[in-house]
Design a protein around this ligand. Structure first.
Ligand code: BGC
Length: 736
């Protein structure tokens, strides 16, 4: 109950229309599953327990009329059980390796851009949109809901995820899943658990105490599952405390089912299964079975059943969970599946609204922005700004409407085999020309810094797009932009003080040139309409309202692991690959996170490090003030205050509530995103989820809120408190 009210206040003003009734589980799912199960043969039950990658199967041998995607589970036609047709991912319907020749889909901004909105309604609308496209293309399972926490700003997949805080990431992923599942589709929260970096993703063991994981990564999943009710959970590649995630009874049974009451099914990641016995630990479905060493849930399972190592009731349980999920999300009752037309124009607007709110204005010296509409000459430099915007590589990459304008192999190792560096969507150059019709806008690719500086010196404004590609299956070696871009920006900034830097990156980066430029915008990978949002922010048509969902460190020395774990190891041996599977990029190693549950800003807070830009930070063209703070304690924390737009423009603010208990690092317990006209005020009330005030006691198997004083901050970011107060909490215990 408390959680609900807390969520209701997070983004309260911006909550979208009520979702269609489809978002709710069908009430007869259990009964229908039981009935179908009773009619199935044992062989039919096993059909549900594995998926294949149709791209690996010769066209003549593929089932007819099945859309090619990440995986395919045969159905049981005689009983009306539909096949499961799976597609990636969280940013739209992907088309990895152009499996469906020339097929495109609406490309949302990256996960970090979505998280920068701090607005569950944006995630929900985006989810509803991408889910509808998936459904229209013939899919009924969408592998969406990446919520691994950002622990290291060099991790390759951070761009897909929703930041470093469990409340923020969990709340947002829940909204996204709810939106997706309003289309009679199963969504899959992933990657469970602690798959927070790519180096060693199949060979590393993440070692962490139960308390630390419950208070961090697991809490993000828990909140996401409570609010979004995904039909499925995808277990991860890595080991957790020595055991593979997909055969980890603690994760898949004790935590997920016993404690959280999860009723859906667990699917593996692709190439993450290492035994048939995984089914005893709680894995229900082997995904993309061609990627594993053995067909653990087909031929190997048959053997195990014949030898009595696994009993038929175990198979029944897994099949029942999958059937139940099919019925709960009405997969068998949508006649429009695969036939609906897609309104790409309308869907593009959903992606654009997300980018409008997902860009973060980091610096704006002397109110350089918004640019006077009267600017006569604008120089655009770098970032392939003449052809499109960059996207992150790997399974989440969406071929945007209009297709890629440039796509090429990049990176090394496993990533190079399937991930691509691609540019598409509206090009920044075209967007600027549309936004500033009276201006002369020139473009230089930035390969010649001296030429760019010379051109900048005679332009009214210079806009430099800096870019850094990130991808699944490969981490980044450092925090720098690379490719001479720091030098390029410094040269242009020295030539023209009115230089705006736009960062198209999948991660925080360092900015040695920061003080030499007038303005900085973190645009992330902004999606197919992101350039329109960027132009709108430059012109002032849009008042920026994004806030960082991750800390930007000043340098790697501030990180819990100054050297990326596993990055100094030799390449994996043949034996390592044979043991850990085809995703193996490093020998096995122990991956320790010294920060424990204090990921991101909490670590910076505990250590007293000053970041380059703090979690929660972001500027607006307006100015917001806070007052009338009231704080009360007791069983939980209730905080109310007033936000006023004291500036001259309408805009949205993101006031954040942090708490600190007795010497511990501060924690975010709530926020709101009110949209306010100049002079307008709004009262905000936040009820803290008591788990955020608690420590997890593994021996007692309880969250324990200690009795005592808690200090409260109403803040503009994790390092910028505006109002402070104190409340006294009563001791309480909460079930896990
Ligand atoms: C990724 C998953 C993805 C799956 C299917 C894996 O490599 O880790 O996120 O859903 O592939 O494409």
């Amino acid at each position: 109950m408390v959680l609900k009210s807390q969520l209701a206040s997070a983004g309260a003003l911006l909550l979208s229309l009520p979702l269609a009734a489809q978002a709710q589980e069908a009430p007869d799912a259990d009964a229908r599953a039981e009935k179908t199960l009773a009619q199935m043969t044992d062989a039919e039950k096993r059909v549900l327990l594995y998926s294949r990658m149709l791209g690996f199967i010769a066209p003549a041998k593929r089932p007819a009329d099945i859309t090619l995607g990440a995986g395919y589970v045969e159905g049981i036609p005689r009983l009306g059980v539909p096949p499961l047709v799976e597609t990636d991912a969280s940013l739209g319907v992907s088309n990895l390796m152009n499996l469906r020749k020339g097929d495109v889909a609406t490309a949302l901004p990256s996960g970090l851009a979505l998280a920068s909105t701090w607005n569950p309604a944006i995630l929900r609308d985006g989810g509803r949109m991408i889910g509808s496209e998936a459904r229209a293309k013939g899919f009924n399972v969408m592998l969406v809901g990446g919520v691994n926490l950002v622990r290291d700003p060099r991790a390759g997949r951070n761009f897909e995820y929703l930041g470093e805080d469990p409340l923020l990431a969990g709340t947002l992923v829940g909204a996204q899943i709810e939106g997706v599942q309003s289309n009679n589709i199963i969504a899959t929260i992933k990657h469970f658990a602690l798959n927070d970096q790519e180096t060693g993703r199949s060979s590393a063991s993440v070692n962490m105490s139960e308390a630390a994981m419950r208070e961090s990564d697991l809490l993000a999943f828990q909140i996401g599952i409570e609010t979004g009710k995904p039909g499925s959970v995808m277990c991860a590649y890595n080991r957790v405390n020595g055991q593979y995630s997909c055969e980890n009874r603690f994760l898949l049974t004790d935590v997920l089912r016993r404690d959280w009451g999860f009723k859906g099914y667990v699917m593996s990641d692709w190439g993450a299964v290492h035994s048939t016995e995984s089914i005893l630990a709680g894995l229900d479905q082997q995904s993309g079975e061609q990627l594993d060493k053995k067909r653990y849930f087909t031929t190997e399972l048959d053997k195990a059943l014949a030898e009595g190592r696994i009993g038929q009731p175990v198979v029944d349980t897994a099949a029942r969970r999958i059937l139940r999920t099919i019925y709960a999300h009405r997969l068998d009752a949508d006649p429009s599946a695969g036939k609906a037309p897609i309104d790409y124009d309308a869907n593009g607007k959903v992606a654009e609204r997300a980018a409008d709110e997902g860009m973060v204005l980091l610096r704006n010296e002397g109110e350089l922005l918004p640019l006077a509409r009267s600017a006569k000459t604008i120089l655009l430099v770098g970032g392939h700004g003449d052809i499109g915007v960059l996207s992150g590589g790997g399974s989440s990459q969406v071929a945007p409407v209009g297709g890629f304008r440039k796509i090429e192999k990049a990176g090394s190792g496993i990533a190079a085999t399937f991930a691509r560096r691609g540019y598409g969507g509206l090009a920044p150059l075209d967007a600027l020309r549309a936004e500033f019709p009276g201006a002369r806008i020139d473009y230089l690719d930035g390969s010649d810094p001296a030429a760019a500086a010379a051109a900048a010196s005679s332009a009214d404004i210079a806009v430099v797009i800096a870019e850094k590609y990130a991808t699944e299956a490969e981490d980044q070696k450092d925090l720098g932009l690379g490719d001479g871009q720091d030098e390029l920006i410094a040269a242009v900034g020295a030539a023209n003080k009115r230089t705006v830097v736009v960062l198209q990156t999948g991660n925080p980066v360092t900015m040695p040139w920061r003080d030499k430029v007038g303005a900085i915008i973190a645009a992330w990978y902004p999606g197919q309409r992101g350039a329109a949002s960027l132009a709108g922010i430059l012109s002032g048509r849009i008042n920026p309202s994004g806030r960082l969902p991750v800390t930007f460190p000043a340098d790697a020395a501030q990180l819990p692991n100054p050297v990326l774990p596993g990055s100094t190891l030799p390449p994996p041996s043949k034996e390592d690959k044979a043991t850990y599977g085809i995703q193996t990029d490093a020998p096995p190693f122990d991956l320790e996170y010294p920060e424990g549950s204090d990921a991101g800003y909490r670590w910076f807070d505990a250590r007293g490090h000053t970041p380059l830009y703090a979690f929660g930070y972001g500027l607006s063209y307006s100015r917001f003030t806070y007052d009338r703070l009231k704080v009360s304690g007791g069983k939980t924390l209730r905080v109310s205050f007033r936000v006023t737009n004291a500036g001259a423009r309408a805009g949205a603010d993101v006031p954040q509530v942090y708490v600190r208990i007795a010497g511990k690092a501060k924690r975010l317990v709530g926020w709101d995103k009110p949209v306010l006209a100049p002079g307008q005020s709004k009262s905000v009330t936040i009820m803290a989820d008591p788990r955020l005030l608690a420590d997890f006691d593994a021996a007692a198997q309880r969250w324990i809120v200690p009795a005592g004083d808690v200090s409260v901050e109403i803040a503009r970011s994790a390092t910028d408190p505006v109002l402070t107060g104190t409340a006294r909490l009563a001791r309480s215990e909460i079930k896990p």
